[in-house]
Write a protein that binds this ligand. Structure first.
Ligand SMILES: *[C@@H]1O[C@H](CO)[C@@H](O)[C@H](O)[C@H]1NC(C)=O
Ligand SMILES: *[C@@H]1O[C@H](CO)[C@@H](O)[C@H](O)[C@H]1NC(C)=O
Ligand SMILES: *[C@@H]1O[C@H](CO)[C@@H](O)[C@H](O)[C@H]1NC(C)=O
Ligand SMILES: *[C@@H]1O[C@H](CO)[C@@H](O)[C@H](O)[C@H]1NC(C)=O
Ligand SMILES: *[C@@H]1O[C@H](CO)[C@@H](O)[C@H](O)[C@H]1NC(C)=O
Ligand SMILES: *[C@@H]1O[C@H](CO)[C@@H](O)[C@H](O)[C@H]1NC(C)=O
Length: 495
């Protein structure tokens, strides 16, 4: 009698544990992207930055020390969503300009589509920048149940307009009256989604913040956190980072209040390096946004939470932006695609074992402009750069920033490119650059002259990658897309 009771109790207990682990096998996933955030712009790399919420998650999770992204917004976001290198999808050249009639190819399956099939509710808050000339290109047609944010590269943080058009939507509906500083708006939306969420289902929240892309705008109270910063732009930029940090703190608080935090896996990554012209800082890495140097491509990043079997350390294995798609499918308990460029690194990053990734393409772009670095690959400890590496060749310290770093401040569509071209031509004459990133992570010593055989071998590998190049889509801008044609609102339906 007694024995039967103990046994049945045991059975119920095991059953409950079983149910619990089924649920835990599908954690909530929160994928946070910070726009144009530099390597040296987070507290866990630079104690002068005040990012207590980010630092707490990073130190309690896993700091990713060699997590790479593309040097520009659109290509990185394409890689996050598809797991495919931009140069294989025609998405490699620059970013999508507001009136350009194209988007990330419609025959590719996006990450939220895959997670939806696995039972997730899928939400997006923030910046899209993967094309909007027709509805089929936009988030709610590409796997997101809900979307709250903007389509273009950038806008005013308060009035949500860019180039004379309002760019802010809730699903397909225009949001007209929000004048709140965007990280506050987005954190509030996240809190609302989390509180509404049906807790018996897993949630995927893609949260690409507007922060800290230019324009440089921040409420004074955040700027005032940095009285010791001399230059106005850097002080405001640093305040923007702290506002972002507060928003992330609010989102994690909301997850806790709603009982979801313990079963949530968080990834945090920049989309590219900091933009030196707009006060982003990557020191001691070389270069910045738009360059294929490390400062443009090695992201401030960490993971935190559910599923990690080892935490509280720095992971030095290689990860590339394309890897998040298959890795997050694995986190969700699904079968990652094998015909994509991304590698499922879930077992490796959750346990701290050696990364399966040993080489990757930083960027390949066959159309030359002096604004963007062109070709680079990584093979083991070595990196080969071929052709022009991009417009920021140096090592820039924070708060020595003048706002131009010797490179003209420019709207990249209409600039006089003269100085760019001069430095571009000079570096083309230099030929290849070869770095051993293990010994020289900051790219001071070009080994190309000393190791011509290795250069040749790496060039061969690069040529193999280039066989898969799909010519860049980069159509001329089309005035049909102008918001004047749509009552002053950026609106799909013109391609
Ligand atoms: C998508 O379409 C392009 C252009 O038609 C084609 O080259 C590519 O193979 C297609 N990709 C997939 C995954 O179907
Ligand atoms: C939004 O703010 C920008 C300044 O960032 C200003 O130029 C623009 O006129 C404002 N637009 C509206 C509709 O208030
Ligand atoms: C964070 O939440 C507090 C309390 O609700 C709010 O006052 C603050 O504006 C929020 N900050 C951000 C950046 O979301
Ligand atoms: C919550 O989700 C579960 C599982 O999909 C479903 O059975 C249930 O009806 C949902 N509850 C509500 C209130 O929608
Ligand atoms: C750079 O090189 C191109 C092609 O060789 C040439 O047309 C152009 O004039 C050069 N630009 C400068 C600024 O030297
Ligand atoms: C992170 O990478 C840098 C540069 O490659 C290296 O010097 C440093 O030791 C790494 N940090 C840790 C904690 O492994």
């Amino acid at each position: 009698m007694e024995m039967t009771r103990i046994l049945s109790c045991l059975c119920i207990c095991l059953f409950l544990i079983g149910v619990g682990s089924v649920k835990e096998s599908q954690p909530n996933i929160v994928f946070i992207v910070a726009d144009d955030l530099g390597w040296n712009d987070v507290g866990f790399h630079n104690p002068d930055m005040l990012t207590p919420n980010i630092d707490k998650l990073a130190s309690g999770g896993v700091i990713l020390n060699q997590s790479y992204v593309e040097p520009l917004c659109t290509p990185s976001r394409h890689a996050f969503m598809t797991g495919i290198y931009p140069y294989k999808s025609g998405m490699q050249h620059m970013v999508i300009y507001p009136e350009q009639p194209y988007c990330s190819p419609l025959n590719l399956t996006f990450l939220p589509q895959k997670l939806k099939k696995l039972g997730y509710d899928t939400h997006m808050i923030g910046k899209w920048h993967l094309g909007m000339c027709k509805w089929e290109c936009t988030p709610t047609y590409r796997g997101f149940d809900t979307f709250y944010g903007y389509y273009q590269a950038q806008e005013d943080y308060y009035n949500k307009t860019v180039l004379g058009g309002l760019d802010f939507r809730d699903g397909k509906e225009v949001v007209r009256d929000d004048k709140t500083y965007s990280p506050i708006t987005y954190a509030k939306r996240a809190d609302w989604l989390i509180s509404q969420h049906n807790k018996s289902r897993p949630m995927f929240l893609y949260l690409p913040f507007q922060s800290v892309h230019e324009p440089i705008q921040v409420p004074k109270k955040y700027e005032d956190l940095y009285p010791n910063i001399k230059t106005d732009g850097r002080r405001k930029y640093s305040g923007m980072v702290s506002a972002l940090d507060e928003a992330i703190g609010n989102v994690t608080d909301s997850l806790k209040r709603n009982g979801m935090f313990d079963n949530t896996f968080i990834i945090f990554t920049a989309d590219n390096g900091g933009w030196p012209t707009y006060y982003g800082n990557n020191y001691p890495l070389r270069g910045g946004k738009t360059t294929v140097y490390e400062g443009g491509t090695r992201a401030s990043a960490f993971i935190y939470g559910a599923g990690l079997t080892k935490a509280g350390y720095t992971y030095n294995g290689l990860i590339h932006a394309v890897d998040w798609n298959p890795t997050l499918v694995a986190v969700a308990g699904g079968q990652p695609d094998e015909d994509i460029d991304g590698i499922n690194l879930w077992e490796e990053i959750r346990s701290g074992s050696a990364s399966k990734r040993t080489e990757f393409v930083y960027h390949i772009d066959e159309i030359f402009t002096p604004f963007e670095g062109h070709e680079a690959i990584r093979v083991g400890d070595y990196k080969l750069i071929q052709g022009y590496p991009g417009p920021y060749p140096g090592w820039y310290k924070p708060d020595e920033v003048t706002g131009d770093q010797g490179v003209e401040k420019t709207d990249y569509r209409h600039a006089s490119y003269l100085r760019f071209y001069r430095s571009a031509n000079a570096s083309i004459e230099l030929g290849a650059e070869l770095f051993n990133l293990k010994d020289d992570p900051y790219e001071h010593n070009n080994l190309a002259r000393d190791q011509p055989e290795l250069v040749k071998k790496m060039e061969g590998i690069l040529q193999e990658y280039k066989k898969h190049l799909v010519p860049a889509m980069h159509p001329p801008e089309d005035k049909k897309g102008n918001p004047k044609n749509f009552g002053g609102v950026w609106t799909p339906g013109w391609c």
